[in-house]
Design a protein. Structure first.
Length: 159
């Protein structure tokens, strides 16, 4: 099986093109961004004149017994138009991943941000909006500053 694995060293700074942004988001969310390489040719000739990369939803890919398949969502396959799974030629697959040295740092940043998100303190913010926060000793500006410092600390290693 031949997979073209491309290490993405340009994930930071933020990409400007829509396709690059989709790729970066997919890598952050799933750890990889698989694309099918579709070759383009003129209708009258069989000569390849270019190619395009079409994104594949990562959880839809499965590898079993050395063969790659893509599972088709039930809403599409139940219509009878599409099969439930499609064989994927590994020679026509480009998989973008983060370099090893960024992967661990990104994982730590994401878990740190998730912990911050889980401790938002929304109940205190609601009390602040209702004017009851001072009675409980809550200061919204201090809370916001602490949250911003926590985000900066969680993402320090990835810039």
């Amino acid at each position: 099986m031949c997979l073209l694995v491309i290490r993405v060293y340009t994930a930071f700074p933020l990409p400007t093109k829509r396709g690059e942004l989709h790729c970066a988001r997919t890598i952050v969310g799933y750890g990889l961004a698989p694309y099918e390489i579709v070759y383009l040719s003129h209708p009258d000739e069989e000569k390849i004149v270019g190619f395009e990369l079409f994104p594949i939803f990562p959880p839809s890919l499965r590898s079993q017994d050395g063969k790659l398949t893509q599972y088709v969502p039930q809403r599409l396959s139940s219509s009878g138009t599409f099969p439930t799974q499609i064989s994927v030629d590994p020679n026509r697959l480009a998989v973008f991943t983060l370099p090893d040295e960024l992967r661990d740092d990104l994982g730590l940043a994401i878990s740190g941000l998730a912990r911050i998100d889980n401790t938002r303190g929304m109940d205190l913010a609601v009390q602040a909006a209702a004017g009851n926060a001072r009675a409980h000793g809550y200061n919204f500006q201090s809370h916001q500053r602490a949250k911003h410092l926590a985000v900066a600390e969680a993402t320090r290693n990835i810039g």
